[in-house]
Design a protein around this ligand. Sequence first.
Ligand SMILES: [Zn+2]
Length: 211
Amino acid sequence: MKTTQLIKGLLWRQIIFKEGEITIYGHPMQLTVSALFPYLLKNTEDFWKESCFQYDMMKKTYVEGIYRKLMNQKDMTEDKFIKSCMNLLDLCGWGKPSFESSEILKGDANLQIEDSAIATMYKKLIGVSEHPVCSATRGVLAGIVTVASKRDDIEVVETMCLAKGDQYCEFLIKPREELVNSGNKNFRIQLGMHLKDESNSITSRVPPGRG
Ligand SMILES: [Zn+2]
């Protein structure tokens, strides 16, 4: 399956390999090791602060860096956009997603990812986690939904995670207000509501000794 997508991408000239350079849909990319995000979560003093940072960072960089450009391509439809993004997720090794495009467009969906690379590496390197660990994947998914639905109020929380011992990772996609008011404390924490006193979870991250 992945090989087919790779060949399709190459044929469409949407994935370009040049010396020292990989370009996907016109955006420069680089491959990195799957251990990166698990190690960032392990080596932080505040798991949820790092988790929220990864979520926000991935959402913003993917929306601005690649998804909006992809959506603005000629003859692109929302449905084709969602399928291309999900293929990209699979092709780039994030895991295998199963999804309903129509539900994602409505901003009200459940989505499963099998074999999440982040969760698999977390379990292997650090052990079984008490919390869901695929915060970066959540951000990438939130970016897809934001651009496809043309709504800024849709968020993604992880309800099941391979790293916790679940069979696969499951994500819930809903308007922020619904998640915050659901009464589920974990949803509020995943969305950084406990950090709300800090101005912004990205700008507040300052390296030690420089604050
Ligand atoms: Zn997970």
